[in-house]
Design a binder for this molecule. Structure first.
Ligand SMILES: C[S@@+](CC[C@H](N)C(=O)[O-])C[C@H]1O[C@@H](n2cnc3c(N)ncnc32)[C@H](O)[C@@H]1O
Length: 618
């Protein structure tokens, strides 16, 4: 875990980079960024951030190296072959078809690193259209924030290893071989326009038909990613394609891009909203009201007769003055009853005691109501509301009394039904209420599960991005290791050559030559020595020389060898009686000289042994 002070010191470096170089790294993922800066510090043996800040302030050339380490430029031709076969077989043909074989095609490779991605695009368009149409119609904008990577891209020169992923036939057609390297040919180079472009700060390229932004966004934090994706979205034509990298497939991009082929990470833009206001005109319907008919007595009469409320009219003296059809029918009153005192009629006390109500209404000069009066009509029980209403002249004198019976049977049944329904509704409402509460609880649980899932998803996404980033880093380390490997292999070849050369020298020498290290162990034993003493080189290799049992009295050489090793002599020569491989007595002249390495003291000795011809022996 990083301590706050260490974090603060790291932030100071970022601020310094922004102030002096105008490069804002604050939108990059902190963990990745810190790891990359620490990697650079390790390379130059610096352990602390503040020490590194001092170093940056003094060594201007360090910026380039640091940027190089932070802006990981790993890329290759036709990287992720699946994506490129989809581009070749589906996207590019569809795109060209939609352009009806005319009109410019605008392509953008955002985060193009050292150019392999835009040149791969140029190769595919050249294969689809031919060199002439490529030149006339296709513009591939290739942008990156790293100047050094852009310089390499512009040079368009790649090593054998870098073009290894390009099919051989395409290498032949699209590259020129120059000094063992491969240079992208002129037509393709002219189709690609390189430029420095910071995805975080600069305005996007517009009206793009095909956008590639791969393995670039994953270095940024999620807000920066969302911001960039929004810009990329607006840079694309409505029918444009976007190819994102493995780590660029955030679900949050769904508002901008919709997948065409998720596996290959091919997207199209979500259609930009086309709001259209609609105006709804409404003409109010006017209807002419009917002209009220003039009211004549006949109308009043008939209206009264056919009223749906049973009515009786009494005069001020209490005699029945008029009775309508319904009242006659319900209360068994006949035309002959008109003119009779009301209290003589059955209706005055049945179904309800109307007489008392009548007296009260007249006395109190107000309407008296009797509610819910039961009455069996034609064998059926019905219910009425009765009203006794005194009618006064304008002068206030009593003119008569109106008695009405309002049949409320249906209304009552409805009321009872309503009551039941109300109760059922209340029960249902209570059940609904409790279901609702359960739903709310479930909803809250779901909400929290969704939130947990979203968090897990985000964690997975960020772990994925982290893995992708580490993968890129590993790839870049791998490339470094491969370069070192190549160098080591070269050196090995040189060493082998030097060894062979030395061996041929030793073999060609007419003298027997023996080389000993400082411990007097045999390092070289040439063919002549083997021939002279009858012992093969592999038998004596690393064996102590003074312990050898050969025809030479090796013990007599101890002294001269010591003296040469100690630097007492530059050469010591002794002649010793010896016995050759064939058992012949010979005289052997042995010269001891020092074997010099890079140190001051000899690292061993060289022994030259020669048989002295008999005529020279004195
Ligand atoms: C790993 S490379 C991807 C190269 C290529 N797109 C591919 O997938 O093979 C990432 C590139 O993103 C570039 N980059 C990093 N930050 C950037 C920024 N703010 N604006 C533009 N490019 C940026 C780096 O310089 C680097 O070249």
């Amino acid at each position: 875990m990083t301590s706050p002070t260490e974090t603060e010191r790291f932030e100071q470096i970022l601020r310094y980079l922004e102030q002096t170089r105008g490069f804002d790294f604050t939108a990059y993922k902190r963990t990745t960024l810190m790891r990359r800066v620490m990697k650079r510090m390790q390379m130059i043996n610096i352990a602390e951030f503040d020490e590194y800040l001092d170093y940056l302030q003094v060594h201007q050339e360090e910026f380039a190296a640091l940027f190089n380490t932070i802006l990981i430029n790993v890329t290759s031709f036709f990287r992720d072959p699946d994506v490129w076969s989809c581009l070749r077989d589906e996207i590019i043909p569809t795109l060209l078809e939609s352009k009806k074989d005319e009109g410019p095609v605008r392509v953008w490779s955002a985060g193009c690193a050292s150019g392999q991605e835009p040149y791969s695009l140029a190769i595919l368009f050249a294969e689809a259209l031919g060199a002439d149409a490529l030149r006339d119609r296709v513009k591939i904008y290739a942008t990156d924030a790293d100047d050094e990577a852009l310089a390499q891209a512009r040079a368009a020169t790649y090593s054998q290893r870098q073009v290894a992923d390009v099919p051989e036939a395409l290498v032949k057609r699209c590259f020129d071989s120059v000094n063992g390297n491969f240079v992208v040919n002129r037509d393709l180079r002219r189709a690609v326009i390189f430029g420095r472009h910071d995805l975080l700060q600069d305005a996007p390229i517009s009206k793009v038909d095909l956008l590639l932004c791969r393995n670039t966004l994953m270095y940024f934090n999620s807000e920066a990613q969302a911001r960039i994706v929004q810009r990329l979205y607006f840079s694309l034509n409505p029918s444009g394609y976007a190819i994102l990298g493995r780590a660029e497939m955030l679900f949050t991009h769904a508002t901008a891009f919709t997948p065409v082929d998720l596996k290959r990470r091919v997207f199209r833009t979500v259609p930009k909203a086309n709001a259209r206001d609609r105006l709804l005109m409404m003409t109010p319907a006017n209807r002419d009201g009917g002209q009220a008919a003039s009211q004549d007595a006949r109308l009043r009469e008939l209206a009264f007769e056919h009223d749906s409320i049973a009515q009786l009219l009494l005069g001020a003296d209490g005699t029945l003055s008029a009775v309508n059809g319904l009242a006659r029918h319900k209360f068994h009153i006949t035309a002959r009853d008109v003119g009779r005192p009301f209290q003589d009629l059955e209706v005055s006390y049945r179904p309800a005691e109307i007489r008392g109500a009548l007296d009260r209404a007249v006395q109190q000069r107000t309407e008296v109501r009797l509610s819910d009066v039961p009455w069996t009509v034609s064998g059926l029980l019905r219910h009425f509301d009765a009203a006794v209403c005194p009618v006064f002249e304008d002068t206030g004198t009593l003119l008569g009394i109106r008695i009405s019976f309002h049949d409320i049977t249906e209304m009552r049944a409805l009321q009872i039904e309503l009551q039941h329904s109300k109760q059922e509704l209340e029960t249902a409402y209570e059940e609904l209420q409790s279901t609702n509460e359960e739903l709310e609880t479930t909803n809250e649980e779901l909400q929290s599960t969704v939130e947990e899932l979203e968090t897990t998803n985000e964690e997975l996404q960020s772990a994925n991005e982290e893995l992708e980033t580490m993968n890129e880093e590993l790839q870049s380390t791998n490339e470094e290791l491969q370069a070192m490997n190549d160098e080591l292999r070269g050196r090995g070849t040189e060493v082998n050559r030097a060894n062979a050369f030395l061996e041929s020298i030793f073999t060609s020498m007419s003298s027997a030559v023996v080389v000993l290290d400082r411990e007097l162990r045999v390092k070289v034993w040439n063919d002549r020595a083997a021939d002279l003493w009858g012992v093969r080189a592999d038998e004596v290799h690393k064996v102590h020389f003074l312990g050898l049992d050969i025809g030479l009295p090796v013990a007599d050489l101890r002294q001269p060898i010591r003296e040469v090793l100690n630097g007492q002599h530059e050469r010591a020569t002794v002649t010793l009686p010896a016995t050759s491989r064939r058992g012949r007595a010979i005289e052997c002249k042995v010269s001891v000289t020092p074997l010099r390495g890079t140190e001051r003291d000899p690292v061993g000795v060289l022994l030259f042994m020669e048989e002295i011809p008999a005529e020279n022996v004195s």
